[in-house]
Design a protein around this ligand. Structure first.
Ligand SMILES: [Zn+2]
Length: 166
């Protein structure tokens, strides 16, 4: 249990919402737009059901997606563990298409407990979607933007010493 503490379960309780820090969302969007017209992807990290930071992942031009077994991925996991945070999801962009998981997205997803975010940059207004893996497919979920101050308050109240979802 302790060994996999870094692997989060943001949808652990039924009908629970997932939270995304507003500033993190802004920074993600900026990074995503910088990468345009190429695909951008990141690991989303935080605690419980609240995403408070992210780690950008390198994308190779020929592969379209980052590799799950690459050195950048393992370095990111090491970073998450060192900071006593949890890996809560991944985000990638669809620069030219709708924010619907592709066949390749479905085939390549190996972490069903995590949240799966797609941001479409195909239209003028970026379209954010978050999915949960359920019964062999992606199901759309709601998310709530939150402010860093709230996040800091709640996380200091029940710090790392009291494990959640146990
Ligand atoms: Zn995709």
């Amino acid at each position: 249990m302790q060994a996999t503490n870094w692997l989060g379960e943001p949808f652990a309780s039924k009908n629970s919402k997932i939270f995304l820090d507003r500033k993190v969302a802004k920074r993600l969007l900026y990074a995503a737009q910088e990468a345009f017209p190429y695909e951008y992807s990141a690991l989303l990290i935080g605690k419980g059901a609240t995403i408070t930071d992210f780690l950008s992942m390198p994308i190779s031009a020929d592969k379209h997606a980052f590799s799950w077994d690459g050195p950048a991925f393992f370095k990111a996991i090491g970073d998450i563990r060192k900071r006593h945070l949890q890996w809560l999801g991944v985000l990638h962009t669809h620069p030219h298409t709708a924010p619907i998981p592709s066949a390749r997205d479905v085939a390549g997803w190996h972490y069903p407990s995590l949240s799966y975010w797609i941001v479409s940059l195909a239209l003028d207004v970026p379209d954010w979607r978050v999915y949960q893996w359920q019964d062999g497919g992606f199901v759309g979920r709601d998310y709530t933007l939150t402010d860093a101050t709230e996040v800091a308050d709640t996380s200091s109240a029940d710090s790392a010493s009291s494990p959640k979802n146990s």
